[in-house]
Every structure is written in structure tokens, then in C-alpha cells.
Design a protein around this ligand. Structure first.
Ligand SMILES: NC(=O)c1ccc[n+]([C@@H]2O[C@H](COP(=O)([O-])OP(=O)(O)OC[C@H]3O[C@@H](n4cnc5c(N)ncnc54)[C@H](O)[C@@H]3O)[C@@H](O)[C@H]2O)c1
Length: 341
């Protein structure tokens, strides 16, 4: 680093590329120097918004530049492997969107390249960052709900407008990879122990939808899953992101239950409550702080060697191993599958 301002390249300028650019700018310690998207208009727009001088449609032209210190990897998950390995080989630090990749062999090649290069690589698990998540974690670690606990999550949505989410080959691998990776990482971070076994039943509700008929391999979009942790805690979740367009059921559940109470919501932005016997309510928060900015600032401190990486490639590989154990159990009609880490 020649000076105190880190020079950033954003690869992928959709929703997340924009969120990364905003946080880099707000950090006050970084500037967006190059912007890449296969859709040039999108890249131009983001570059204009942040005053980035260089726009590319091929990430290699941008990432290889000498005036880039850090790469924000914001493409769909299928492309994370090639961008990450190329950036590692060029000595660039990275803040990468989750999930780390589509498949475990991809993640293993990425981790080998990152280790060989010795660059900092942080995964965008923003749920870990901020006073709210820290307070939830303290409550779980101190057994404020008693022991064991059960994490619950229920989410239902119509088939995603971003169709790549449903593509098992070149997209994001369905909600069990794209979305649940957040929870697989977060629940493990709360318990402090690794997931050990999973049992899952499910369907691909959207398998005959014309919108995604061009994908050769459509990801499972609907499942009910029991996930066991080394601590003896349990996660129970159901998800369907394969409903017909316009069907958006209400009533998402996201809480933690224990013999001495219930905590909600699990991933607080503003505050959370613990409900106790007899109707007593303990309130936590409100919390302030922007989790994306906090994660970005953490990435800069990790690059400077001031603190160890949180949300590492190894953490993200464990979340991906859970996803693949779920897929395996689904294929075996709910058979219990040990999670090999
Ligand atoms: N952290 C979170 O809360 C969160 C939320 C949503 C999505 N995500 C993750 O962020 C990533 C991107 O999601 P998104 O919602 O921003 O998607 P998006 O579709 O809005 O944007 C992705 C962009 O990448 C571009 N792109 C695709 N292949 C490329 C390539 N090879 N080189 C350069 N650009 C390429 C696309 O043209 C598109 O503009 C995914 O991994 C997704 O799972 C994370």
C-alpha cells in the first residue's frame, strides 16, 4: 500500500456490487477505482455513481491492474471460483459475496489458491456483524434460553426474479445454497460448534416453470430440514422459493426456542426480545450500526493485520458442506447424512 486509501475493484454490479461500493465509499478508507460487469451499462452506471475511472466487461482486465488492492466479488456464485483464483494469483485481497461457491471442489481449489497467495479473503456474512448479533450470541453462549436450543426459520417466496438463483450449474444453487448459507454460518457462529448431521425432505416446486425451462439442472427450491449441532442444539427450517409468481405468503418465522424462553428475531437489525415464563419480556437494543459497513471496516482492519479474519473461506466451506449434505439427504428421501468437514 502506497498510501492509506485502498483501491477497490467491484466485479459484478448488481444489487450486491452496489451495496459493496456504497460501503467502501462510506468507510472513508477506500475508493472504487475499477468496475466490471458483463453488462457494460450496469458497470458504467455504478462507475459514474462512485466516480470510478475504469470500466471493464472482463474481470481479468481489471483485477490484474497494479492500481487495485482489493476485489469485491459480487457475481453469482458459479463465477466466484474463477474470479477468486485469478485475484489470488494476482495478490489481491478480497471481500466476496456468499455463498463461497456452488460445489465443494470449487471451494477447495479457491482455498488452496488463497492459502498459496497469502491474501486476505472475507466472506460477506454480514449477519455476524454489529451489536445485535453479538448480544444474541452472548445470550446463546450464556444459555439464557436454557439448553439445548432449537433455531427455527420458515421462509416462503415466489420463484426469484433473478432466475440464476434457480440454476444448479451456473447460478446460485437454489435457496439451500444462496439463502440458507447465511443461516448455516450464523447458527454455527451462535453455538460455537459445528453441524454434525442433517435430514431433509423436499421438492422442486418450480421444475416445470417456463421461466427457468432453459436451465439444464434446476435446483431444489422447497425443503423441510432438521440440522443437528455438536452442542446438541438443533436447527429446524422449512423453505420454499418455488411458489408461482405473485404468491407471497406472510408470516416468516425466525426465532430461537429453549427450555427457559424464546428469542426473536434471530438476526436482529434493530433489537430483539426474550420471552419468559408468565409473559415477562426482556428487550435488547435498539442497536445502531450498518452491518455491511461494519463488515467492510473489518475487512480493511484484517488487510492491515490488525485483527484476524472473521467469516473466512473455511467458515464458508463449512456452510457449503451443510448445503451439500442437505442435497444428499433430499436425494435419499430424508435419510440422515453425516456432515463431513
Ligand atoms: N450478502 C447478502 O445478503 C446477499 C444478498 C443477495 C445476494 N447475495 C449474493 O451476491 C452475489 C450476487 O448477487 P446479486 O443479488 O448482486 O446478483 P445480481 O444479478 O443483481 O448481480 C450480479 C451481477 O454480476 C454480473 N456478472 C455475472 N457474471 C459475471 C462475470 N463473469 N463477470 C462480471 N460480471 C458478471 C451480472 O451481469 C450482474 O450484473 C451472489 O453470490 C448472491 O448469492 C448476497
Amino acid at each position: 500500500m502506497a498510501n492509506d486509501t485502498y483501491r477497490v475493484c467491484i466485479v459484478g454490479t448488481g444489487a450486491r456490487g452496489n451495496a459493496h461500493a456504497k460501503a467502501w465509499a462510506e468507510s472513508g478508507e477506500a475508493e472504487v477505482v475499477a468496475v466490471v460487469d458483463v453488462l457494460e451499462d450496469r458497470a458504467q452506471e455504478l462507475a459514474a455513481a462512485y466516480g470510478a475511472p475504469h470500466v471493464f466487461t472482463d474481470y481479468r482486465d481489471a483485477v490484474a491492474r497494479d492500481d487495485i488492492d482489493v476485489v469485491s466479488v459480487c457475481t453469482p456464485a458459479f463465477y466466484h471460483e474463477e474470479v477468486t483464483i485469478f485475484a489470488a494469483e494476482h495478490g489481491k485481497h478480497m471481500l466476496s459475496e456468499k455463498p463461497i461457491a456452488m460445489r465443494l471442489d470449487q471451494a477447495d481449489r479457491m482455498i488452496a489458491a488463497l492459502d498459496a497467495a497469502g491474501v486476505v479473503y472475507v466472506v460477506n456474512y454480514q449477519s455476524r456483524f454489529g451489536d445485535g448479533p453479538a448480544a444474541v450470541r452472548r445470550a446463546i453462549r450464556e444459555r439464557a434460553l436454557g439448553s439445548p436450543v432449537m433455531f427455527r426459520m420458515h421462509s416462503a417466496a415466489h420463484i426469484r426474479p433473478k432466475l440464476a438463483m434457480h440454476d444448479m450449474d451456473r447460478g446460485n444453487g437454489g435457496p439451500l445454497n444462496d439463502f440458507m448459507t447465511h443461516y448455516f454460518d450464523y447458527w454455527r457462529w451462535l453455538t460455537g460448534t459445528d453441524p454434525v448431521r442433517v435430514s431433509a425432505h423436499g421438492f422442486t416446486f418450480a421444475k416445470d416453470r417456463p421461466e427457468i425451462a432453459h436451465f439444464q439442472n434446476i435446483a431444489p427450491d422447497t425443503a423441510t430440514v432438521a440440522l443437528e449441532y455438536g452442542s446438541g442444539d438443533l436447527a429446524a427450517f422449512s423453505i420454499s422459493w418455488g411458489l408461482p409468481p405473485g404468491v407471497q405468503p406472510q408470516g416468516r418465522i425466525d426465532d430461537i426456542l429453549g427450555p427457559e424462553g424464546a428469542l426473536a428475531p434471530t438476526r436482529p437489525r434493530d433489537g430483539f426480545k426474550i420471552l419468559r415464563e408468565g409473559g415477562a419480556v426482556e428487550e435488547f437494543g435498539p442497536f445502531s450500526g450498518d452491518s455491511q459497513l461494519l463488515l467492510t471496516q473489518h475487512t480493511l482492519r484484517a488487510i492491515r493485520g490488525e485483527e484476524p479474519v472473521q467469516a473466512s473461506a473455511a467458515d464458508a466451506r463449512i456452510a457449503l458442506a451443510v448445503t451439500w449434505a442437505v442435497y444428499e439427504s433430499l436425494a435419499q428421501n430424508g435419510a440422515a447424512v453425516d456432515i463431513e468437514l
